[in-house]
Design a protein. Sequence first.
Length: 328
Amino acid sequence: MSKRAYESMFTRHPKNPILTAEDWPYPIHTVFNAGVTRLHDGTTLLLCRVEDRSGFSHLCAARSKNGVDGWVIDETPSLLPDAVNYPEELWGIEDPRITWMEELGKYAVTYTAFGKGGPGVALALTKDFRVFERFGLVMQPDDKDAALFPRRINGNFAMVHRPMTDSGAHAWISYSPDLINWGTHKLLLPARKGGWWDANKVGLSPPLIETPRGWLMIYHGVRHNAAGCLYRLGLALFDLEQPERLLLRGDAWVFGPEAPYENEGDVGHVVFPCGYTIEPDGDTLNLYYGAADTCMALATCSINRLLGWLDEHATHSFSMVPPLPPPT
Ligand code: BMA
């Protein structure tokens, strides 16, 4: 791992990468960008994006008692693209995010359906990750990086997603009375511009984390450079009852590719978390991330420490450019 002059708030698990293609019970090319939940019996479930050698992705569940090893992986794909009934899934399904919906007594899985129209947001509900109730596309292409909130906000379901627009790739929030019809679209977190690490393209990484101080967002920012793309993670905090209200946004990234398995793979220099579990202490966050679009890795951090960092670094504190004076 390359040496950095700054301290990370995240601790990489010594057993990283925790899942690779070699662990799979059937032939696959890569495993990455898994949606995550802790089942009611305490089992950690990773709904992994698995890419086969046709280049298409499907989803496959891996379960573990301790969330680190001893994974029991479904013998066959758990959710395959269904291009007959959902032509938007012709070229695969990718990057699931999981939200436990107490009101429904089901898990909501939002994933990217990739078809001729481009990537769009699809939704399925499940109780057990074996039988899925598919809703098809809920956000038309080009859109991805979506996750539901675990409860209604002011009477409506809410979803963060990332449509592509001429102005760039920004995170949006939309509301729905029934999970099918989505509206009241609001810009949630815009990509910055110019030299910022998160200029031009941001997207939600795992589902938002509910804290007493607000919804904590771990998002990815994409930096294009001469070598390709760099995917790093930043933090933002939103109001609990009015989530489109941004409370704090960090100025620096907090986690980026450094370890060899994050820098070398099909797409090097990528860390891409789609889910987490929280320990019973309510503070320890286990962040599961795809590394270099090739394998799954785990890093741990303290939610309170992330919030404390945001308090200190939500202005231009790392920037050489002094903040603008308040408007008169
Ligand atoms: C994004 C998504 C992710 C992928 C990342 C890096 O656009 O497609 O699935 O991990 O690019 O390649």
